[in-house]
Design a binder for this molecule. Sequence first.
Ligand code: NAP
Length: 247
Amino acid sequence: MLNGKVALITGGGSGIGAACGRRLARDGAIVVLVDRDLEAAREVADSLVAEGFGAEARWADVCEEQTLADAVTTTCQEHGALHIAVTCAGITGPFAPTADYPSDAFDAVLAVNLTGVFYTMRQVIPAMRSAGGGVVVNIASVAGHVAFRKHGAYVAAKHGVIGLTRTAAREYAIEGIRVVSVSPGVIESPMTAVLSDDAIRRTVDSVPMARAGLPEEVADLVAFLVSDRARYVTGSDHLVDGGQLTQ
Ligand code: NAP
């Protein structure tokens, strides 16, 4: 389905990014797993290569635009083009009400979760234009739709991701580049593994399906969105939240 396509995935060494890497590789794409944790990305890439799929790992920090530029340039040189990008790199940051939220932590969360997505789009869109088209899937969150107490930086960043996605979709649709976002609810990953059992239980209590999702369930949606089956889909956000936002 994705044969001949080259996909770059930020945060590809862990959780949702790693699951997207596995899924897109198994669908036929060559996947470039970009992460600041190079060892983690290498492990995922090596296991895919061992299964006979096309995968490699690259170090980049989405807060440093030049490192993304280098990753995109090398990808295009080695694989001829870049057609797909999935922006999964993200952090949660501390929990504190707005007036007590540490300013440096606010800046750090915005730098990874919003500016990092902007930098990634700035680098991948020209490469997709050269390829004659492409698809960007930005991983937002249910926190891009509703507020969560003590989580202002994350909520602000994810609302921003949805806005950036819509803007770029309008700008590049005519050039054959689709830009969409995916908003997961609570997903089992290293990011949520640090939450207390009580915090997970309270969140899962608000999910009609009464369970957390799996990274693979997000990856299944991403795989559809990057495929030609979604060729008339752009600018939209897609929930994968077990029904959490129905209330
Ligand atoms: P994860 O398992 O923690 O994976 C995130 C990956 O991104 C990690 O490998 C992390 O490396 C990397 N990363 C962080 N900052 C980076 C940077 N500056 N440059 C490059 N790589 C960086 O998290 P996840 O659960 O898969 O989350 C993936 C995305 O989904 C995030 O955007 C998150 O906000 C979003 N999301 C997650 C959930 C959930 O419940 N898990 C729900 C909604 C949305 P380090 O380990 O070194 O930090």
